[in-house]
Design a protein around this ligand. Structure first.
Ligand code: ARG
Length: 457
């Protein structure tokens, strides 16, 4: 097959070079965007009289046919034609002959590939934003359904203070809402048209870049042709936002793994989202949650790949940059699949509220409430902390709970303790008292949920 760039060559490309330099095996995924971009480019060439209007129309007609050929699986991608751009251009020339050769006027694969990647990432980022909204909605619905369920809150993986399950779940909703903002912000820098930068210097032909931007719904056109063909910041931002998102997903996944253990018994995962063991008949393994945690690694890896790829590259385009695609594609697939799995799994999870409440009240979880009670009796917090610590020590030594001590026993630790001590020792009292903004009381969490829903739209 004759290569589009073969004019200055006399020798043939060796097979290993074709194998080594091809990208069609993975960049064929960009076909829709490549054609969409080419149609806009052809329209502009025709409008500007850079090519005859009737040739532009012919090109657009043939590109539309190629679009439906690919859509119907009737297109053979060829490795000898390197990449998606050459494959489509060759098909075009095969269909309409020399006229097809006019399409690549005032364009280079360097600005073309940057365009394709931006169009692709724009569509995928919007989809991910939609999934993040859905995930936050799902968490809000579960929080609303369990608005008063109490669970132990942890620090250092040790039971710390009772909190509302809804509060804990909304913590994740907050994370996913920040993720959504990051993707929305990223979209601003994705949505800039690089086409018209050509190889690196621009062109001597009278192109109309604003017109192309309008046709393709770009917010702006790139300012500097050298930058436009060598910039992959938008893809790096996408991968960073994805990495932070996966970090959040792996944290919720880890909690689901822990909570579903016999030891915790906080939740039961749906059968549909667990798997059995090939040897141990009793097992029900949280594989989906584990893989959510595990797949985070490949997304971080993709970010590292692209950062390393771009580091030290001289301006402008370098073929190294062809390696940008696989990490981006893999990340898009991983993030979307993970979000979809979580969105489907969450509503099916059964919470064991009795167990949650029981564990929330154990292990002296209301000790901080007792210290705050003493503060209200005008004892400095440090002293109150010391007194409460001694009370806890006494309880451990005598195998008692804070609720089991008599007033006389309490009084031995501080004369300021009165009958009203009973107002701060249960988990319900503890939770109810956390009325500070952003705190865990039922009313504050309800307010948080209402604000969140308004913002999440
Ligand atoms: N397949 C190439 C890539 O992904 C397209 C651009 C090639 N440009 C070039 N001048 N060789 O980067």
């Amino acid at each position: 097959m004759k290569k589009a760039w073969s004019g200055r060559f006399t020798g043939k490309t060796s097979k290993i070079v074709e194998q080594y330099t091809e990208s069609i095996s993975f960049d064929q995924r960009l076909w829709k965007y490549d054609i969409e971009g080419s149609i806009a480019h052809a329209k502009m060439l025709g409008k500007q009289g850079i090519i005859p209007k009737k040739d532009a129309d012919k090109i657009i007609g043939a590109l539309t046919d190629i679009y439906s050929d690919i859509e119907k699986g009737r297109f053979r991608f060829s490795i000898e034609l390197e990449d998606i751009h050459m494959n489509i251009e060759a098909a075009l020339i095969k269909k309409i002959g020399d006229i097809g050769g006019r399409l690549h006027t005032a364009r280079s694969r360097n600005d073309q590939v940057a365009l394709d990647l931006r169009l692709y990432l724009r569509a995928e980022t919007k989809e991910i934003i939609g999934l993040l909204k859905k995930l936050a909605d799902t968490l809000c619905a579960i929080a609303a359904k369990n608005s008063e369920a109490i669970m132990p809150g942890y620090t250092h993986m040790q039971r710390a203070q009772p909190v509302l399950l809804s509060h804990h779940l909304l913590a994740y909703a907050q994370m996913f809402s920040r993720d959504r903002e990051r993707f929305e912000d990223c979209l601003k820098r994705i949505n800039i048209l690089p086409l018209g930068s050509c190889a690196l210097a621009g062109t001597s032909l009278p192109i109309d870049r604003d017109y192309v931007a309008k046709l393709l719904n770009f917010d702006a056109i790139s300012e500097n042709s050298i930058d436009a063909v060598s910039d992959r910041d938008f893809a790096l931002e996408f991968l960073s936002a994805s990495s932070i998102l996966m970090m959040h997903l792996s944290r919720i996944a880890e909690e689901l793994v822990l909570w579903s253990t016999e030891e915790f018994s906080f939740i039961e995962l749906p059968d549909a989202f667990t798997t059995g063991s090939s040897i141990m008949p009793q097992k029900k393994n949280p594989d989906v949650a584990e893989l959510m945690r595990g797949k985070t690694g490949r997304v971080y890896g993709s970010l590292m790949s692209l950062l390393t790829l771009m580091k030290g590259l001289p301006l402008a385009y370098n073929r190294d940059m062809q390696e940008d695609k696989e990490p981006v594609f893999d990340t898009v697939d991983t993030v979307k699949l993970t979000l979809n799995a979580l969105i489907q799994m969450l509503p099916e999870i059964k919470f064991n509220s009795t167990r949650l409440k029981y564990t929330a009240g154990a292990a002296f979880s209301t000790a901080t409430d007792l210290a705050e009670y003493l503060v209200r009796k005008d004892i400095p917090f440090r002293t109150a902390h010391e007194i409460t610590g001694k009370i806890v020590r006494y309880c451990i030594d005598n195998k008692k709970d804070l609720k089991d001590l008599s007033l006389a026993e309490y009084k031995k630790f501080s004369a300021k303790i009165g009958k009203d001590i009973n107002s701060c020792l249960t988990t319900e009292q503890s939770v109810r008292s956390k009325n500070s903004f952003g705190g865990t009381s039922v009313s504050k969490v309800k307010e948080q949920l209402a604000r969140f829903k308004k913002k999440n739209g």
